[in-house]
Ligand binder design. Structure first.
Ligand code: ZN
Length: 268
């Protein structure tokens, strides 16, 4: 059993959100969390003033952490705007180069999940922008229907990792859709962690146990890099660090999607 970690890059800079409702929505949500006693006042305050931060992304910080623990991460970047993801390709490119220079893989954080034309465009834009010819995708908000994966394969993606059970973290083996590999996602930060770190840890441990019992090859984990923020999201950051150390304590190896495909296609 090996562990695949990925990071969806939903946000880059505060200025990307001047024309959308990202900050007002976050402030209202945080205020409700504060009055319910779910977050400390200092966390609420730091989220309020985070509009003045230089960047929302935590790519340098999470890359440094992942490097320290040998995590072979994949970062997904948006080529279009959708559902609160509002940065432009020209702002993404330096960060795509940054993660690649650090030795990590990058792919597309997909927006269109319905039309073949739109799915192809995001693929081709990423290829042109980065000069890559073999990369994967995860859709923003893990949106897909019964035809999405076939259309992604048609667009030329090497892998997708959007299939996700929103009810409960679930192990499912990777499978082929045409020439593309689908790696169902087992654990997403926001679906596992809701203010209760201990409960989230138990959920993760249960999933690892279920995967081992099913003789599963890969555990797939998504953590949004913007939550790797001590001041605004201390519990989320602690949760991610705990997962990585937990994997280490189980003596499991981290592997990238691309290397997992090599294993699947050529054996070990
Ligand atoms: Zn997203």
């Amino acid at each position: 059993m090996k562990v695949i970690v990925s990071h969806d890059v939903d946000h880059l800079y505060p200025s990307d959100h001047w024309r959308d409702l990202y900050y007002p929505k976050m402030w209202v949500r945080s205020f409700l969390e504060l009055v319910r006693g779910q977050i400390r006042f200092s966390v609420f305050w730091h989220r309020l003033i985070s509009v003045f931060d230089q960047r929302i992304n935590r790519l340098p910080e999470i890359c440094a952490f992942d490097k320290e623990y040998g995590v072979r991460s994949t970062f997904f970047f948006g080529m279009e705007h959708a559902l609160g993801m509002s940065y432009n390709q020209d702002k993404a490119l330096p960060w795509i180069r940054f993660v690649k220079e650090q030795g990590y893989d990058a792919g597309v954080h997909g927006c269109d999940y319905l039309t073949q034309e739109g799915i192809c465009k995001e693929h081709d834009d990423f290829a042109q922008l980065t000069g890559s010819d073999a990369f994967g995708i995860r859709n923003h908000y893990v949106r897909y229907d019964e035809d999405t994966f076939r259309k992604m394969a048609q667009a030329g993606y090497v892998f997708d990792t959007s299939e996700f059970n929103k009810e409960k973290p679930t192990y499912k083996a990777p499978y082929r859709v045409g020439r593309m590999w689908e790696f169902p996602l087992a654990i997403m930060d926001g679906y596992v962690l809701w203010h209760d770190l201990q409960k989230a840890q138990q959920t993760v441990m249960d999933l690892f146990r279920d995967t081992a019992q099913a003789n599963g090859q890969y555990v797939t984990i998504l953590f949004h890099d913007c939550f790797y923020n001590e001041k605004c999201f201390p519990v989320e950051k602690a949760f991610y660090e705990w997962i990585i150390k937990y994997v280490q304590s189980l003596h499991l190896e981290f592997i990238s999607y691309q290397d997992a495909i090599k294993e699947l296609e050529h054996g070990r």
